[in-house]
Design a protein around this ligand. Structure first.
Ligand SMILES: Cc1cc2nc3c(=O)[nH]c(=O)nc-3n(C[C@H](O)[C@H](O)[C@H](O)COP(=O)(O)OP(=O)(O)OC[C@H]3O[C@@H](n4cnc5c(N)ncnc54)[C@H](O)[C@@H]3O)c2cc1C
Length: 331
């Protein structure tokens, strides 16, 4: 294993901010995983995939284990098993080309398979938890592999055990139950509209194509405009908050959650009402087509981006009494 000292992660994070880490090594295979130094403490190791869900605000006195893209997908006991370094969208395409359903709504989410369970990626009414059977982790301190079942992963909205408890774990493989007879889900309005105006049937492949087209029309491509997708999660709000906000804003968007009588609202809508859609301070700004996306228009530093995010959070709190939580991992 080739360990590099003082490596700058600017090309390794989609917000394109400068961040020098103390030590850095690339991981291309299981044998690279197994060669990781065993004595590193949990707080000293950071695992990275494609870096599309980070905001670095300072240099990192850490060892960064950077999983590199490499496609490896197999079918074992009717499950689809993918190596952590597989590009997520390649897995979606692999499945739809074979007529396997379950993850077509998650097309074009940037990043690698290994990161997908970390925040239970989700879009268009589907989350990875809906089809995930097990996650294999490598414990770099003991040198052992271990499998966690779906229940053991403690999934919830953009959350999992991997976020709750820092462990000396690197997700190495993920197994999904993708099937030819999975029920499709085109309930989400933009998808329903797409198929009501199209003469194509909603097959898994056509849904993935539709999701890709919708996402491309709404979200900036990080290769062209640096960003990390939705910066905040959609907040869950109480009945009392709903009633108070609806006194002035009848059009408050509300979405049901898994729990009865619990609703999420749109963080993008809250930010837009506060004037943040398209708002810019220097090179840090919120995207002009989607208020939830914090973008680096050029050379903004992590601190400048964070300052704007904090300002947005405070404004939303003052105007609506709702606290936004970061979806992106701020370090
Ligand atoms: C334009 C854009 C749109 C997006 N849209 C969505 C969306 O619709 N839905 C959604 O859920 N997310 C979305 N995201 C966020 C992002 O794509 C996901 O969080 C993705 O899973 C991150 O993958 P990554 O490989 O880039 O992970 P990274 O950003 O490198 O890492 C993310 C987290 O996972 C951990 N991690 C990564 N790999 C491993 C591993 N092998 N083992 C253990 N921990 C690991 C990291 O430590 C970090 O905490 C979007 C991002 C962008 C830029």
């Amino acid at each position: 294993m080739n360990v590099i000292r003082n490596h700058n992660l600017i090309d390794d994070n989609t917000l394109a901010v400068n961040c020098v880490c103390h030590q850095y090594a690339t991981i291309n295979s299981l044998s690279d995983l197994e060669a990781l130094p065993k004595k590193i403490k949990i707080t000293e190791m950071l695992v990275m995939g494609a870096g599309s869900n980070f905001l670095f605000t300072q240099d990192l006195p850490r060892f960064v284990a950077h999983i590199k893209p490499r496609k490896y997908i197999t079918q074992v006991d009717n499950l689809v098993v993918a190596w952590a370094g597989t590009v997520w969208h390649d897995l979606v395409m692999w499945a739809t080309e074979r007529g396997l359903g379950g993850i077509e709504n998650l097309a074009l989410i940037p990043g690698l398979v290994g990161a997908a369970p970390f925040q239970n990626i989700g879009a268009y009414g589907v989350e990875i938890k809906d089809v995930l059977v097990w996650v294999e982790v490598y414990n770099w301190q003991t040198g052992h592999y271990h499998r966690l079942s779906n229940q053991e992963c403690l999934f919830s909205y953009r959350h999992s055990i991997f976020k709750y408890h820092e462990q000396p774990w690197i997700i190495s493989r993920v197994a999904l139950d993708l099937r030819k007879d999975r029920e499709i889900n085109i309930n989400y309005k933009p998808l329903a509209d797409y198929f009501s105006q199209s003469n194509k049937p909603p097959t898994y492949a056509n849904i993935a194509e539709a999701v890709t087209a919708i996402r491309q029309s709404k979200l900036p491509d990080p290769r062209i405009l640096s960003n990390a997708g939705s910066f905040f999660k959609n907040p869950i709000i109480s009945d009392q908050q709903i009633r108070r906000i609806q006194r002035r804003y009848k059009d408050l968007p509300l979405y049901p959650t898994d729990k009865e009588n619990e609703f999420k609202t749109s963080a993008a809508w809250l930010l837009e009402q506060c004037g943040f859609k398209g708002y810019r301070e220097g090179d840090a700004g919120f995207y002009d087509k989607h208020a939830l996306v914090l973008v680096n228009y050029g050379r903004a530093s992590g601190k400048e981006l964070l300052k704007l995010a904090v300002q947005a959070k405070k404004t939303v709190k003052n105007k609506f009494g709702v606290m936004l939580d970061e979806e992106v991992r701020v370090m």
